[in-house]
Design a protein around this ligand. Sequence first.
Ligand SMILES: C[S@@+](CC[C@H](N)C(=O)[O-])C[C@H]1O[C@@H](n2cnc3c(N)ncnc32)[C@H](O)[C@@H]1O
Ligand SMILES: [Zn+2]
Length: 268
Amino acid sequence: MFYACPICDQQLVLSPSHTNLSCSNNHQFDRAKQGYFNLLPVQRKKSKQPGDSKEMISARHDFLNADYYQPLAEKIAQIIKQQQVSTLLDLGCGEGYYTRQVKQRVTSLDTYGVDISKPAIIKAAKQDKQGHYSVASSDKLPLVDNCIDLILKVYAPANEDELKRVVTDKGLLLTITPGPRHLWQLREYIYQDVRAHDTQDTVFKGFKRMSSENFSFTICPTDEHRVALLQMTPFAWKANEVITEQIQQAQNLNIELDFVINLYQTLE
Ligand SMILES: C[S@@+](CC[C@H](N)C(=O)[O-])C[C@H]1O[C@@H](n2cnc3c(N)ncnc32)[C@H](O)[C@@H]1O
Ligand SMILES: [Zn+2]
């Protein structure tokens, strides 16, 4: 395992019983019964329950596992398969949907999933006994230097210095962000004048962009899933009861999903 101590940065070693991690300074971390490690020290918690709440995670889990986003998961796996990678970090992995989907298709991968939300990691670890899951912040990843061949970042916050630190030489960063027409038909219910998302090029210090592509498809969720999808969006708070009801009743609404997929590699 490539875990590093969140207190002193030394490598963490797994006990023979596999139930505990410890560093040379004797900082100890017990494995939770679901199989993950909590590597977020209390002093680094900015709130009592950082990250997405249990309810948000549960809603995202129900929606994602109905597989509306499967074409995206397949696309991500296809890109990863074309690269020579053996270790993957899913940064801000949530309930682990993409980690699992990729692992199913690229079985040789050793996967790490990190999220600051404990309910997210509990859910991820319960569903995948082979992946390594930990509660931690992207601002201070609990991983040793240069151990990850590819970092997957699907709608998740990142710290540039940490990305560069954990990635191997010639390591890769694959980011998924909303494309111009993402969720267009849902946004039409909320905004009078829907505008295409601005997809400014994001630059990551120490990385160069290798490729960029748009990827889009249309889904037609059930009434219940349409509302769940709305609730997963950053504009959900703008939808009052009337709008939410209109969306629920918009039977057979085709909704465009539109993504920008960027692949970066570390600079020499
Ligand atoms: C929009 S969700 C995306 C989750 C997942 N990648 C997916 O697409 O299903 C963003 C995730 O980032 C996590 N998050 C927020 N701040 C974080 C941080 N500082 N470090 C690690 N994870 C964080 C949240 O808990 C949440 O699970
Ligand atoms: Zn330590």
